[in-house]
Design a protein around this ligand. Structure first.
Ligand SMILES: [Zn+2]
Length: 181
């Protein structure tokens, strides 16, 4: 039994709003993530209407939902795309082909549920830590591009390719900015 007061809660997100099916006013949609036994991540999506009190929850087992999905390509061309919420399992590789970046998730300190901007900031940190090995113009350009994306100055769209044999998936996105690969 998973309760909303459970200590195993990882994070909660406000992911959007929709029309309340009872009274028709705006109801908010929340996503709560929990760590269930056997290391399974479970998401509970809750729709709540403050006006009439309507509440609906649905439970989603994330690892099971995404286990067949081995590769996902995300386009970042709008500030909203930075808030795309992604599930990453073990053995995940993150690649930005346009700028020649390819990193194993084990080299970054990322959790299993992350946003695109979290991935980009960890990549910035990773490049900055690697700079003492090979400090050159290419690195500087890449850093500048990643930092401008994080500042929501998106004048050049980029593609992020995420691969894992154990499954990857999009939990929430504000536009249809992804596809399977
Ligand atoms: Zn309502």
């Amino acid at each position: 039994m998973i309760s909303e007061n459970s200590s195993s809660i990882i994070r909660s997100f406000l992911i959007g709003s929709e029309k309340c099916p009872v009274c028709g006013s705006i109801a908010l949609t929340y996503l709560h993530l929990y760590q269930a036994p056997h290391n399974e991540t479970v998401a509970i999506v809750t729709i709540k209407c403050d006006k009439c009190g309507f509440k609906y929850s649905t439970v989603l087992s994330i690892a099971t939902s995404f286990s067949d999905n081995k590769c996902i390509e995300i386009e970042v061309s709008d500030p909203q795309d930075l808030r795309t919420l992604i599930y990453l399992s073990d053995n995940t590789t993150i690649e930005i082909p346009d700028i020649g970046i390819k990193v194993d998730l084990s080299q970054l300190r990322l959790g299993s549920i992350v946003t695109v901007d979290a991935i980009l900031s960890y990549l910035v940190e990773w490049i900055e830590n690697a700079q003492h090995i090979e400090n050159n113009d290419e690195f500087a350009k890449t850093l500048l591009l990643l930092k401008s994306l994080l500042d929501e100055n998106i004048d050049r769209k980029i593609k992020i390719v995420i691969r894992s044999d154990n499954g990857v998936g999009i939990i929430n996105s504000y536009r249809k900015n992804y596809s399977r690969c």
